[in-house]
Write a protein that binds this ligand. Structure first.
Ligand SMILES: Cc1cc2nc3c(=O)[nH]c(=O)nc-3n(C[C@H](O)[C@H](O)[C@H](O)COP(=O)(O)OP(=O)(O)OC[C@H]3O[C@@H](n4cnc5c(N)ncnc54)[C@H](O)[C@@H]3O)c2cc1C
Length: 460
């Protein structure tokens, strides 16, 4: 803690980006902060006290979850807060499926705890490292036309507002605030507790196959309508895509015939999830960065031509380890325009004049009514583009963003984009409701930072 008053950082954590020199860095490594102090409250009262202290000092406050956003949404050089010590389960009602958790709990910790009592999150994104509050605050989502974002499953919240007051909201009290605060971008207050509507535990029957991209595009609408969770990853320069179809089931995984069979199954999963998607993929990306002309051929190796089928616990299928670091942009467009927008993204990739070594991902989700949810008011297709960390992305991402502008595209709040309040406000039917809630809960902009000033404008 060189150069910093002693005692301001109580304990270090490896999982939130806070470093032993008192700086902070996000997962992708493209956002850095040098906060004047880092607070690690253990109780809601301590959260309230730290906000009051910031008011007295004239400091702004930002909370960091797991630091997995690519944007500068969590960045501050004032007071940075981690809720890693407010990360427990408060209450589980197995009958109703209502689960109250402290806001800092990570999905990786929560999923097995839910499973142990016969419950599960209804849907997840493709990682589970996020904190619950971080995931809902940016409208984090998975895929499935009949399913919604994680925030849509929030039925209660407690938050500490701009003057340090503690507010509870659920269907009975402050229901108007709950409606807005489920996707709050950290701009409405510090969420201390979340009540989630969970579902009975389930398994997923997964089928993953590499197919010609044109075949996937031609059939995707039908597949998305008939499969619980469908998505695909197009591997640029190969003409191929990995199509994933996951079907919910309460069937148990078929028992292994013998020990050898069990080991072979485990090896196959390890090979796919750890070797192919992480170790080998990382090595090929390093090689491609040194010799870009090799990328199309390397992409062919990554895409492969295989098929995998397995049945296991839902969260094990939804979420995978992601050890190869990258930068990402993701846009939400009305579902009816998804395939057209995707074909135009293919043209952007092909017109770049340099090879892209990461896949383009395509997902679909049911609409919701949360004011700043990326799926607010419409069934939504999400198109995500990625590049390997340390490689240029601006021309690529700007090209894709220009396409998305034609469809009233909404950027994922936690993923890179170039929009501002002037371009965004008209794209959300509930923008005014959010603005009004922010003016009420945080009139002085205590929870603002440069990113929020850009995308939301001033608090009042
Ligand atoms: C490898 C990888 C894979 C990803 N996959 C997906 C995916 O499949 N689907 C998807 O939608 N997104 C995905 N994301 C994006 C990710 O889900 C979001 O960026 C999410 O917000 C990260 O959660 P976090 O806990 O790291 O939050 P952070 O990034 O730390 O913070 C995000 C925001 O939440 C706020 N916040 C955090 N805690 C609180 C609190 N207690 N009170 C108020 N505000 C708070 C922060 O201030 C900040 O504004 C992925 C990201 C990565 C790096």
């Amino acid at each position: 803690m060189a150069g910093r008053p002693a005692g301001l950082v109580t304990r270090m954590s490896t999982g939130n980006g806070i470093r032993s020199d008192g700086t902070w860095r996000n997962w992708a490594g493209n956002q850095v902060a040098r906060p004047v102090r880092i607070e690690r409250p253990c109780t809601e009262q301590e959260v309230s006290a730290l906000v009051r202290r910031a008011v007295a000092d004239g400091r702004r406050v930002r909370v960091v979850g797991a630091g997995h956003s690519f944007t500068a949404i969590a960045v501050t050089d004032d007071v940075l807060v981690t809720l890693d010590d407010l990360a427990g389960v408060v209450d589980i009602d197995r009958e109703s499926g209502l689960v109250r958790v402290q806001a800092g709990i990570r999905l990786t910790a929560l999923n097995p705890l839910l499973h142990a009592v016969g419950l599960a999150m209804p849907n997840l994104g493709d990682i589970a490292y996020q904190s619950v509050a971080g995931a809902i605050s940016t409208s984090t989502h998975g895929t499935g036309l009949g399913f919604r974002s994680i925030a849509e499953g929030v039925v209660g919240l407690r938050l500490v507002t701009g003057d340090g007051s503690i507010v509870g909201c659920d269907g009975g009290q402050n229901a108007d605030l709950l409606h807005v605060a489920r996707v709050g971008l950290g701009a409405l207050g510090i969420v201390t507790e979340v009540t989630l509507q969970c579902v009975p535990a389930f398994n997923l029957h997964a089928i993953e196959e590499v197919l010609p991209i044109d075949e996937v595009l031609d059939g995707f609408d039908e597949i998305a309508g008939s499969t619980d969770h469908a998505e695909f990853f197009w591997m640029p320069h190969t003409g191929r895509a990995l199509l994933k179809r996951n079907t919910r089931t309460t069937e148990a995984p078929p028992p292994a015939r013998n020990r050898r069979h069990a080991l072979r199954r485990r090896w196959k999963r390890f090979k796919n999830k750890e070797l192919m998607e992480n170790a080998v993929f990382g090595a090929l990306n390093h090689l491609g960065r040194m010799r870009p002309s090799l990328v199309p051929r390397l992409n062919g190796l990554v895409a492969g031509d295989g098929r995998a089928e397995y049945l296991t616990t839902s969260y094990d299928v939804f979420a995978s380890p992601r050890r190869v670091r990258f930068y990402e942009m993701e846009y939400a467009v009305p579902s009816g325009h998804g395939l057209e927008a995707f074909r135009r993204v293919q043209e952007v990739v092909d017109g770049l004049g340099r090879p892209i070594s990461f896949p383009v991902e395509y997902r679909i989700l049911g609409g919701d009514d949360i004011p700043l949810s990326t799926a607010s008011g419409r069934d939504t297709v999400f198109i995500a583009v990625h590049v390997f960390r340390g490689t240029p992305y601006e021309d690529y991402f700007r090209g894709v963003e220009a396409v998305m502008d034609d469809y009233d595209g909404r950027p994922h709040w936690g993923k890179l984009h170039f929009q501002s309040v002037d371009t965004l406000a008209d794209r959300y039917p509930g923008w005014e409701a959010f603005r009004a809630a922010r003016a009420r809960l945080d009139p002085d902009g205590r929870f603002s930072n440069d990113y929020l000033d850009r995308v939301l404008g001033p608090a009042t």
